[in-house]
Design a binder for this molecule. Structure first.
Ligand code: ADP
Ligand code: K
Ligand code: ZN
Length: 433
């Protein structure tokens, strides 16, 4: 199940020697080729030679999302277009898209990272892999495809959408692996049930899900509905795309980072100080393998913590905790910090509701008020108003008891919440309307 034992199980000394060499090479690479970085270094009085140990990483300038926007589209590209073989871009939910150029070798390295991810999930060349991430500018579809190609899987480039067809393909082709966002996996599971197809009876065995936050409870729900083992993929366009990190058979809520490709740090988002292993903060990555656009100390806004241990799977690769939200997703309700995933965890424990919900933030006087719409199961909805109110009150009580905020919960009719085909939109901010 280990694709590249030499790297994935390397000793700390070996890994750090490799990392330092690659970091030094990368710093010199961007200093020579990217005016943005050269100017930053010059204004800080830094020279590439100042990086003498991995500790010196902390001296380097941070890169933020707006730096990518300000240098849109190719200002941070470190190679001429001659050497670029592919350009992806993120959905750019907020403003201009983020561009990701790759050299031929960057693409090969990316495929290697995805192959490690798939192998850790128990995917082999005998597998029939249905890739239901979007193919296109989004890195998900083609990214997963690349890893499948390297392993030699029989890949079905289904892309996302046309859910009925996904189910038909899964049944007729006998897909053994499904790759998509967790919210789309749920959509597929539901569609299958509507079509009278029991996925648990099909050959499907493994899911490789990611690109959005999902709770452990959601993972268990999907595993149960599909009769599979659901594994995880994490990544971002700025750092290459999927498989920056991945979980293993241990499924302990942590993911192994491909740390021969990216150096990970966790910082205090306010002071920008590097935090010790085990402390929660903002994840920062330095790309030490990429050549087309190696970002230094890129602030992901994803909240996590790091852990260094030899995993029971045998890998020594640094671990990061499952990301349950970006700092951007954090809501402040009556002075309490809340991540949507905390509400998700609670809702998934309630037997009367479906795992389909949206959070709505409204202004209530000077304060922000949160309400939660969640779908009732059909048989519950049919029991009428009194039953619904009782369940609503119970969920409100659970949320107050666990998160410490008062919310209004509303059970809405089955199938009334829009289904996701990619990244689910679960928060609506009515203050901005
Ligand atoms: P966009 O920023 O437009 O959503 P990306 O596809 O590059 O485009 O999104 C990367 C982000 O998606 C990550 O920074 C992270 O917030 C989220 N993400 C990706 N994989 C996971 C995962 N497994 N768990 C939680 N969040 C994830
Ligand atoms: K094959
Ligand atoms: Zn492991």
């Amino acid at each position: 199940m280990i694709w590249n034992e030499k790297i994935e199980c390397a000793s700390l000394d070996q890994m750090q020697a490799l990392q330092l060499a690659k970091l030094q090479e990368t710093v010199a690479w961007v200093y020579d080729r990217v005016p943005f970085y050269r100017n930053k270094f010059d204004s800080m009085g830094l020279k590439p030679d100042d990086v003498k140990s991995l500790e010196d990483l902390a001296k380097l300038p941070l890169t933020v999302k707006t730096d990518l926007r300000d240098n849109y589209p190719f200002g941070l590209c470190a190679v001429p277009m001659d050497d670029v073989v592919k350009i992806h871009a993120s959905s750019g939910t907020t403003g201009k898209p983020i561009t990701g150029p790759y050299t031929a070798d960057d693409i090969n390295q990316w495929r290697e990272c995805v192959a490690r991810n798939l192998h850790a999930a128990g995917v082999f060349k005998k597998d029939i892999v249905q890739v239901a991430y979007g193919y296109g500018l989004f890195t998900g579809g083609l990214g997963l495809q690349g890893g499948c190609d390297l392993i030699g899987c029989a890949t079905i480039p289904a892309s996302s959408g046309m859910t009925e067809r996904q189910v038909t393909i899964m049944r007729d082709f006998g897909s053994t692996v499904l790759c998509c966002t967790p919210s789309y996996a749920l959509t597929i599971a539901e569609k299958a049930a509507d079509m009278g197809v029991d996925i648990r009876e099909l050959p499907l065995r493994v899911g490789v899900f990611g690109a959005e936050p999902w709770t452990v409870e959601m993972r268990q729900e999907i595993e149960e509905r599909m009769g599979i083992r659901a594994h995880e993929v994490y990544g971002l366009t700025e750092l290459m795309g999927p498989s920056v990190s991945f979980d293993c058979q241990q499924q302990d809520g942590f993911m192994h980072i491909n740390e021969d490709h990216v150096l990970a740090e966790v910082i205090d988002p306010v002071t920008e100080e590097v935090l010790p292993l085990g402390e929660k903060g903002e994840l920062v990555f330095t790309a030490i393998q990429r050549r087309a656009m190696p970002l230094l100390r890129y602030r992901t806004r994803d909240i996590t913590e790091l852990r260094r241990e030899t995993c029971s799977c045998g890998r020594t690769l640094l671990k990061m905790k499952k990301v349950l939200g970006r700092s951007d997703d954090m809501l402040i309700i009556s002075g309490v910090n809340v991540f949507p995933s905390q509400v998700e965890s609670i809702l998934l424990e309630v037997p009367e509701v479906e795992p389909q919900y949206v959070l709505i933030i409204r202004k209530k006087g000077y304060l922000d008020a949160l309400s939660v719409d969640v779908e009732a199961k059909a048989e519950v909805y049919d029991q009428g108003e009194e039953k619904l109110q009782a369940v609503e009150k119970r969920i409100e009580g659970k949320i107050r008891g666990t998160i410490g905020i008062g919310v209004k919960v509303r059970l809405v009719p089955p199938k009334s919440i829009e289904r996701s085909e990619g990244k689910a939109k679960r928060v609506f901010d009515a203050r901005k309307l």
